[in-house]
Design a protein around this ligand. Structure first.
Ligand code: 2RA
Length: 367
């Protein structure tokens, strides 16, 4: 990288009114795939200097895509950096930015998406939104290709990427749901600091260094308590229900993705002092009697999953920078009827965000 190491992106937050469901326009079914073929820039990444945006850029360039426009916050404007021997420049967002783009990825805040996705749609782009802005809009498919990829057959113009902890949880649960019929589940998450962006990573590094040199107390800004040598059961904002927004995402997004509108889910989301990859301890109850061998076979046959048998266990470190999720600790749950307990680890910047978005673009994007 040729620019300064500081490229946290903080977009100008114009914060449009919050609505229960954000319906962008009625464009989601209008465009035909043909328009994708006549655009001079194949891809655009909004939020290109963030951790997810950077992973996406790497995935696209590794795939041989070079026709990519990048946009980020004011702070990153004009910055250029080197990737795969090429200098990339960050542009300012404007309607013109989207004019010749076939697929626009949004990897910034939901406020940026609320403001700019409608503009990109008007410009005829296919939009893949990694924020929470449109996940609950009935006309917007919320897609994990391995689970409900069939929703892409209609070539929607806007697709929402699920939240990382939900996505990794469902990668493990869906094959079991298909085998036994999911009734309800409990999840405890163990989430890496990079889920909170560069600031989260920096805070962990600074605090570990400070502690190692005997300094205390540790100042904190990215998290609600010191994160080094700690665990913080608070991710997102607290809701009236007592759950956090991150925990409510697990409920509502699971219902939408699995098409189970009355599914019951109880989650506790916890930030832990690791750099990358989220893990989830799950206890799930099913309609049918569980056969452990059938459960393992169902997971082994599922795409995007690696099953580990004891004494091997999946860890976040082992599944960092990998596109597959690791599932292990599979056992009959001793507290539930027809219950299974398991553990899943997956890289939340890849399968939990950039790689899932990349997979969506592979199905939707320019050929
Ligand atoms: C986190 N789920 O880990 C968020 C990132 N989308 O904080």
């Amino acid at each position: 990288m040729t620019h300064s190491s500081h490229f946290d992106f903080v977009f100008q937050d114009t914060r449009p009114d919050e609505r229960a469901q954000h319906e962008p326009t009625d464009l989601s079914t209008k465009r035909t795939p043909l328009t994708l073929l006549h655009r001079s820039s194949n891809y655009a990444i909004v939020g290109a200097t963030g951790l997810v945006g950077q992973e996406l850029l790497k995935l696209l360039t590794k795939d041989g895509q070079n026709n990519i426009r990048l946009a980020a916050s004011e702070a990153s404007l004009g910055q250029s950096y080197l990737l795969n021997g090429r200098q990339w420049v960050v542009e300012r967002l404007s309607a013109d930015f989207f004019k010749d783009v076939a697929v626009a990825f949004f990897c910034a805040s939901k406020y940026v998406s609320l403001e700019w996705v409608p503009i990109a749609l008007e410009c005829g782009c296919t939009c893949i939104d990694n924020s929470s802005a449109y996940r609950h809009a009935p006309s917007v498919p919320l897609v994990i290709p391995e689970i409900n990829g069939h929703l892409l057959r209609d070539q929607p113009q806007l697709i929402a990427n699920p939240n990382c902890s939900t996505l990794i949880t469902l990668m493990a649960l869906y094959p079991l749901h298909k085998a036994f019929g999911l009734k309800r589940f409990w999840a405890s998450t163990y989430q890496a600091v990079s889920g909170a962006g560069r600031l989260g990573l920096q805070e962990l590094d600074d605090q570990v260094q400070a502690a190692a040199s005997g300094h205390s107390p540790l100042p904190h800004q990215a998290f609600s308590a010191p994160i080094a040598f700690n665990a913080i059961p608070s991710i997102g904002d607290f809701c009236h229900s007592g759950y956090t927004t991150e925990e409510e995402k697990m409920l509502h997004e699971s219902r939408k993705i699995l098409g189970l509108s009355t599914l019951r889910v109880s989650t506790t989301c916890v930030r832990i002092p690791i750099r990358r990859a989220h893990s989830i301890a799950i206890s799930a109850e099913f309609e049918q009697l569980i056969d452990l061998d059938v459960a393992k076979e169902a997971l082994r046959a599922a795409p995007g999953i690696e099953v580990l048998d004891l004494p091997k266990v999946p860890t976040p470190l082992a599944f960092s920078s990998r596109t597959k999720c690791g599932v292990g600790r599979l056992r009959i749950d001793s507290a539930l009827e027809n219950g299974l307990s398991l553990w899943v680890s997956g890289d939340q910047l890849l399968k939990g965000a950039a790689f899932n978005a990349f997979q969506l673009s592979q199905k939707m994007g320019p050929k």
